[in-house]
Structures are given as C-alpha cells and as structure tokens.
Design a protein around this ligand. Structure first.
Ligand code: SIN
Length: 315
C-alpha cells in the first residue's frame, strides 16, 4: 500500500445485486446496493483512504456508450490527482471485458484502473464480491501497477486478453493463450507478466466529444455459421451501417454466401473486420486476404476498436 487514495467507482452488477433468498445465486436483481453501502459491508476496508462515487447503477447487459463516456471522464479526472494511487470500478461480469477494453483503449493509464465484479449477489450465503473488492484495492494500491486490468477470483487479467468464459463459476474469466497478468495472494500481487502498456490515451476534449455525441458510428456484429447467408448484411446495409465485424469460423473462414455479402459491403465503403467465434486463438492474416483480420480481438472487442477508429476518422 502506498498511503495514497484509492477511488472506487460503482456501476452496479451482481456485486451490487440482491436476492430474496440467501441461497439463490441466480434469481437476483443486479445493481441494487449503493457503492457506499457495499464498501461499508467490508470491514477490512475501514481504515483505508478510499473515495467512492456512484457513476451508474445498472445490470451490465445494459451498458452503453453514455455510461462508458462518463466512466472514462471520471477516471481521467481522478487519475490526474497526485494523491490518487489508482481506481477500482465495480461492474457486472457480463460486459466487463468490453468496458475494460474500451477504458484501456481510450485511457491507457499509467496508474492502475482495476475492474472487479462478483458472480454471486451481495445477499448470497458466501458472496464473492467482498474478496474481489479487497483484491482489486490491493492491485490498485500496488507500487508499479498500471493499465486497465480485471481482478476476479484472485486473478489479474489484462483488458486486451480477458473474456468471460463461464456462466456460473466464481472463476468466470480467462486470459486465454496470453495467460493472466498475475494473481493476488494475501493482498499482494504476484505477477506472471508485465502490466498493460501505458500511453497518452485520448485527449479530454475527444472523451468529452464522445460523451456528448448524439450518434456514434454504427458497427454491428454478424456471425458465420452452418446455413449462413448474406441477408443480415443486406438488411444492415439498407438501414445504414458504418462498420461490420464478422464472428467467423476457425481462423477467420466464412460461409461463401455471407462472405460475398461482406465483400460487397466493403466495396460499398463499409469497413469490415474478421474476428473468430472460437474462444481461444487469433485470426492469423494472409497477405491475400480480402477482408481484414481483427487479430487477437474477440468480436465484441473488435467492434469497440472499429467504433473508436471510425469515431476518430469522423472527428
Ligand atoms: C451484470 O453483468 O451486471 C449481471 C451479471 C453479473 O454481474 O454477473
């Protein structure tokens, strides 16, 4: 611990969820307990220099660009304070990897921004949230920590690699082939690789423009599967779409009918990226590819990367 402040930003999720019966770990309502109440229930935090703010109170399935914009601006504000060591964000697990990737893309912070969560509601017989918050605070306070990471079930994941891999287990996240950044053991991070790279991030003015933008570039995800065809792509083109990410099979292969529609869309000026629907691995590009590879980005992360690219190009 550095003695500096840790800022905790609450956004809702199961970690702040309540159920009518303590043994019910699935029939709960997310985002019910305020961040101050949540922190007040964790005795081990009592003596720490914490500042808490409720930025949102939502089930993360409903996460949207407006909340991302506000969250990024609050992070930017607090990270600029010399007496702040780092930030912890409490968040639902369902879109956690998307928020983490968005924040790393726009902030690339030199201090730690640690997203944490729970798979059981706050009212559970043995909730996992309190230990996850303690571990996240330990990471946010650790000397040398930087970048946007996720802390869940004692494991530290980089925003670029993390993905929710299980619907129910407490250890629901994986960093795939990249492996975790490290682990938290008795309040101490033990690293297995470097923290995410820091960079300048986007200027505050751009972040503000994102928050107030009435319209973001529209990027949709389509999937290649047995029996796929080009009709979804045609319907999206007719509605007006700026970018398409395709969740392709294997190493980026596509049903030929869907591929033909995507190539046509690209010819009409819509940016297309091929990600894989496989849980592990990347789309390894070839020099003669017609449709660009999303590399190691999952479809949901490729969508964010493409939205940011198109937003920057339009600015
Ligand atoms: C949510 O993502 O907000 C609900 C599910 C969870 O946190 O596990």
């Amino acid at each position: 611990m550095t003695g500096k402040k840790i800022v905790i930003l609450g956004t809702g999720g199961t970690i702040a969820g309540t159920a009518s019966a303590a043994q019910d770990n699935i029939g709960y309502t997310a985002a019910q307990v305020g961040i101050n109440e949540l922190l007040g229930s964790i005795a081990a935090l009592e003596k720490l220099p914490l500042v808490a703010e409720q930025v949102a109170q939502i089930d993360s399935k409903d996460m949207g660009l407006d909340t991302w914009g506000r969250l990024a601006l609050r992070c930017r504000h607090w990270l600029a304070q010399a007496d702040v060591a780092g930030i912890v964000i409490t968040h639902g697990t369902d879109t956690l990897e998307e928020t983490a990737f968005f924040l790393q893309s726009v902030l690339a912070p030199a201090k730690p921004v640690v997203l944490t969560c729970a798979m059981r509601p706050a009212t559970a017989v043995t909730p996992d949230g309190p230990q996850n918050v303690l571990d996240a605070v330990a990471v946010a306070s650790a000397a040398g920590a930087r970048g946007v990471v996720v802390v869940c079930a004692g494991t530290i994941h980089a925003a670029a690699d993390v993905a929710k891999q299980h619907t129910y287990r407490l250890n629901a996240f994986s960093s795939g082939d990249a492996g975790p950044v490290g682990y938290v053991e008795e309040g101490q991070p033990r690293l297995s690789r470097n923290w995410p790279e820091a960079g300048p991030g986007l200027p505050v003015r751009t972040l503000q423009a994102m928050t107030t933008a009435t319209q973001w570039p529209r990027v949709e995800i389509v999937m290649s599967h047995a029996g796929a065809n080009g009709r979804v792509v045609e319907a999206l083109l007719a509605q007006g779409v700026d970018g398409l990410v395709v969740a392709a099979t294997g190493n980026g292969t596509l049903h030929h009918e869907l591929e033909a529609a995507l190539v046509k869309a690209q010819g009409a000026g819509v940016k297309v990226l091929r990600a894989t629907r496989c849980a592990q691995g990347r789309v390894i590009a070839r020099p003669d590819d017609t449709l660009a590879s999303a590399g190691a980005l999952s479809p949901v992360k490729a969508r964010i990367a493409l939205m940011l690219e198109l937003f920057a190009a339009a600015a």
